[in-house]
Structure formats: C-alpha cells, structure tokens
Design a binder for this molecule. Structure first.
Ligand SMILES: C[S@@+](CC[C@H](N)C(=O)[O-])C[C@H]1O[C@@H](n2cnc3c(N)ncnc32)[C@H](O)[C@@H]1O
Length: 352
C-alpha cells in the first residue's frame, strides 16, 4: 500500500536527477538537525526544484511557507500544476478537449519527429494534445494538461530509451516500416511494447487520474523561474535545499531538448545552453558564498567529481560557524540504464 504522499508523487513525470526515492533519507537528515515539530514555523527553499518531488514533499509537511525555484520552463509547468495550485483538477471534458481535430495551421510534431522519434499514430496524438493543452484559458488546468502530455510523451517511447532518436526502430515497427523481430528483445519483457500498442484514450485517462492525485492543499508555495545565483540573495528563509546539476554529468538542457521543444510548443529544437553547474564546481562555490543569510543548508550532490570528504570541505569553506555533517548512499539514477556501479548520492548538511 502506498502512502498518500507516494500517490501524490506519482503525478510527477520521471525527471533526471529526481529525489523522489531519496526523500525519506533527506527528511531523516533534516530531522536530526531541525526536529519536525519546528517546521510549521519555518520557510523551506527548494532552489533547484526540477521535477518537483522535494517541493511537493515540503508542501505536504506543512512548512509555514515553501519557495520553489528552477530556471527551466519545464519545471514551471509542474510548479503551476502542483505547487501553487491547491485544488484545481482535470475533468473528463478537459481530457476530451485534447482529442479534438486540429486547425490546419497546427500539427508539426508528426512532420518533425515521425518516425525519427514517434510512430505516426503517436505523433498525431501528441500534435492534438499539446496544441489543445496549450490553448486552455485556465493556467492551472493548462499546466495539468501539459503534465498529462509530458507523461504521454514518455509513454510513447520505448522505456528506458531517452526522448531522442533512439526510439526510431520502435516507431518504424509501429508504422509497419520495419520487422518487429529487429527490436531489442528486452522491450518484450519490460512492458514497453504493450504500452506502445495501447489506444491513446486509455493512456490519457490513466495519466489524468495520476495527475489529479498530485493536486493537494498544503503549505503556501511561492514559485520563481530564475537563475539560482541571481535569486538566492533576494530570498528569505530558514532551510535552503540545494540540488544543482552535478558537475560532470549529462546536462539537463541536452537531455531534455525534444521534451522542452514540445512543452514550449516550438517547431524548432530549443537551443541547449549548458548550466554552469553542470560544467564544474565554480558555480557551486559562488552559490554557497551567497547563502550566509539562511541558517540551515542541505546540499545533494553526486560523487562523479568530488568524494564526500571533498564536498564537506567545500561546504565548510563557506559555512562559517555552522556544523557540517555528511552522508553517502549507494544510488543509481535511471537504474534501468545506468551501468556504473560506483555512483553515490551525497548529502551534506550545515546547521548553526
Ligand atoms: C538535479 S535537478 C533537481 C531535481 C529535483 N530536486 C527533483 O527532485 O526533481 C537540477 C535542476 O537544476 C536546474 N538548473 C540548472 N541550472 C540552474 C540555474 N542556474 N538556476 C536554477 N536552476 C537551474 C535544472 O533545470 C534542473 O531542473
């Protein structure tokens, strides 16, 4: 049986670097230095909200206030759907709206991405869905509908392939352009093919139920779309959670290029400008040097470039009189594709 929070978290699409499975670990670390009975009087800042799991968790904990920020437009969709929205959900007629015929001027996903990424049947469903979702006049419903379409987009590629051209053989088999026997046999056992063959309306209904379950009342949430380095000095709060892109890992902008283009309703690939946080640790140093006004810091990081001891030392340089503690946990993001056995998730906490 899933807890209510676990059900709510399923509303969030799969997100590279998401902390959904590490929430209990992070919560435990925070409770050690700041017991949960104080949280109702405190403001929690999630400066790199990404796929939203930490912000949604914080909203459910009843902090006095939650502040969620991320530079990307994809995160803003989740913030509008699940963080600032406290009660608006989708109705069956909102969903039906996604399947209406397209005006003549619309319908570019099939032209641009079929069969390189999607089969023609899937591309047509995405064309309609993204077009009508983006036309909805209510901002919360628009964001919820775009989240449904985000889920659907991930369903229309053979998991666990990325949303790139690696799906081409599956799209071609679905379109009758290639033999099914050419496909990777693994996909026959991981349920990818079953999902790819299902009718779109069945998947739409299932995704809408998932998404509606993520809408809940809780702490008020202020949402920003800003560069972390620029906004941090202007934010007031008690607990600062930092989960920047890890230096030396895949950039979010490159990994999400196709998705970002679809979510933005653009016909050309969005340019992928790489975050300074993915390039090295200079940006992290600069960020911590701006964090003095917030008493408690929690920093999530990977062990690709720094060991736990090195990360603790980096935090100590900026932490002043705070006590610094660190934890490491063996963890693989995207465990179904990752071949690295040595990946660890690091958590460093600095507190007065
Ligand atoms: C590791 S992910 C955060 C994952 C998130 N904690 C979760 O559970 O889903 C890092 C995020 O940092 C964002 N980002 C990258 N550079 C940024 C910047 N300069 N300012 C703010 N956000 C940034 C990316 O868009 C990405 O969503």
């Amino acid at each position: 049986m899933k807890t209510p929070l676990q059900n709510q978290l399923q509303a969030l699409p799969t997100y590279l670097g998401a902390k959904r499975k590490l929430l209990a670990w992070i919560q435990n670390g925070l409770s050690q230095v700041c017991p949960a009975h104080h949280w109702k009087d405190l403001t929690f800042i999630d400066l790199f909200m990404g796929g939203g799991s930490v912000s949604l968790w914080a909203k459910a904990q009843g902090f006095q206030q939650v502040i969620a920020n991320d530079i990307s437009s994809r995160s803003q969709i989740l913030a509008t759907a699940f963080l600032s929205n406290q009660r608006v959900t989708l109705t069956p007629s909102d969903l039906l709206g996604l399947t209406q015929a397209l005006p003549e001027s619309a319908g570019w996903i099939e032209a641009a991405y079929s069969p390189s990424v999607f089969s023609s049947r899937h591309a047509q469903a995405l064309d309609k869905g993204f077009y009508w979702a983006s036309q909805h006049p209510d901002p919360s419903k628009r964001a919820l509908l775009l989240t449904v379409m985000w889920h659907l987009t991930s369903d229309f590629v053979a998991f666990p392939t990325s949303l790139g051209s690696s799906n081409r053989p599956f799209a071609e088999a679905l379109d009758g352009l290639r033999s099914w026997d050419d496909l990777n046999p693994k996909r026959y056992v991981d349920k990818s093919l079953k999902r790819l063959c299902e009718p779109t309306w069945a998947r739409l209904g299932q995704k809408a139920r998932l998404v509606n379950a993520g809408v809940m009342g809780g702490s008020p949430v202020q949402v920003y779309q800003a560069d972390a380095l620029a906004i941090l000095p202007t934010l007031q709060g008690d607990i600062l959670y930092l989960d920047p892109p890890y230096a030396g890992t895949v950039s979010y902008e490159r990994g999400n290029q196709v998705l970002d283009t679809l979510l933005a309703g653009k016909t050309e690939l969005e340019p992928a400008c790489v975050s300074p946080f993915s390039k090295g640790i200079d940006a992290l140093n600069a960020l911590l040097s701006q964090a003095e006004h917030i008493p408690i810091w929690l920093l999530s990081y990977g062990n690709q470039e720094l060991s736990l001891a090195e990360l603790e030392a980096l935090v100590r340089v900026h932490a002043g009189t705070r006590t610094v503690v660190g934890y490491a946990k063996r963890y693989k993001h995207l465990s179904h594709v990752s071949r690295t056995e040595t990946n660890e998730e690091l958590l460093v906490i600095a507190y007065p």
